[in-house]
Design a protein around this ligand. Structure first.
Ligand code: NDP
Length: 244
């Protein structure tokens, strides 16, 4: 299937989970995609696989916690495509734990990746989108950006903050679209790293029981992107039917 209007799309955190699934979906629709993440071997393999199917896909090393790295990623997109139509700020981490555990390095990491990373993404593409008088920033938040649960306080705080930044950017923009996508339990590697053993095991068990495929989130992102320029889908929550 191809889309009527191929776009130049930059995806952060494209080495696994939702970012990878979104790259696959958008490439299949005919969009030109630049993949970013730290695990470049995975990006290279994915780009090669999608190119073999006829897609226009390239990759670039990216650490969203570094503004320089994010700017280099955006520059690579601009060099490859001549413009930037869409940035998908998807990279995220979720090392869950009770606040009383004081896993402060992981709090900092969540703030650095989930919030500062999104701000870096916006900073890296906004001037170009303003020059173009067009563009679309898609921020991947979470159901945890709408509610707070035990062990997810700091993670939720970063996702609530993403909602605030997105709404502010939306209000300040007249020709740049802003979308917040909030997934519920989704199959990915999100619970594989960090957090307290018990909290992560509980999240993994719930995910194993409930999680929807990452392609479901990719489809929602593709829907928002494929709307006409004057239609801004601001907010989508996509979660398993059985999630409480
Ligand atoms: P994954 O762990 O599978 O993917 C996370 C991605 O983020 C990876 O590609 C990883 O790449 C990237 N990443 C992490 N840190 C950095 C960094 N410093 N710089 C660049 N990239 C980074 O999890 P998901 O696919 O689930 O996560 C994607 C988004 O979806 C996140 O924002 C998450 O919060 C959100 N989400 C997920 C839900 C779920 O149930 N899965 C539910 C709600 C929201 P690498 O390590 O190679 O750098």
């Amino acid at each position: 299937m191809t889309t009527s209007q191929p776009k130049a799309v930059l995806i952060t955190g494209a080495s696994s989970g939702i970012g990878e699934a979104t790259a696959r979906r958008l490439a299949e629709l005919g969009h030109r995609v630049l993949l970013g993440a730290r695990r470049t071997k995975r990006l290279a393999a994915l780009a090669e696989e999608l190119r073999a199917e006829g897609a226009s896909v390239s990759h670039h090393e990216l650490d969203v916690t570094s503004l320089d790295s994010m700017r280099a990623f955006a520059d690579a997109g601009l060099e490859a495509y001549g413009h930037i139509d869409v940035l998908i700020n998807n990279a995220g981490v979720m090392p869950l734990s009770p606040i009383a555990d004081l896993r402060i390095a992981e709090w900092e990491q969540m703030i650095d990746v989930n919030l500062r990373g999104v701000l870096h993404g916006i900073a890296a593409v906004l001037p170009q989108m303003q020059r173009q008088a067009a563009g679309h920033i898609v921020n991947v938040s979470s159901v945890s950006g709408h509610r707070v649960d035990p062990t997810a306080a700091v993670y939720s705080a970063t996702k609530f903050a993403v909602a605030a930044v997105s709404e502010g950017l939306r209000q300040e923009s007249r020709d740049i679209r802003v979308t917040v996508i909030s997934p519920g339990f989704t199959q990915s590697e999100l619970t594989h790293r960090g957090g307290s053993t018990q909290a992560q095991a509980t999240a993994r068990a719930a995910a194993e029981q409930l999680a929807i495929p990452a392609s479901a989130i990719a489809d929602a992102i593709a829907f928002a992107i494929d709307q006409p320029a004057h239609v801004d889908v601001n907010e989508l929550i996509v979660r398993p039917t059985a999630q409480g």
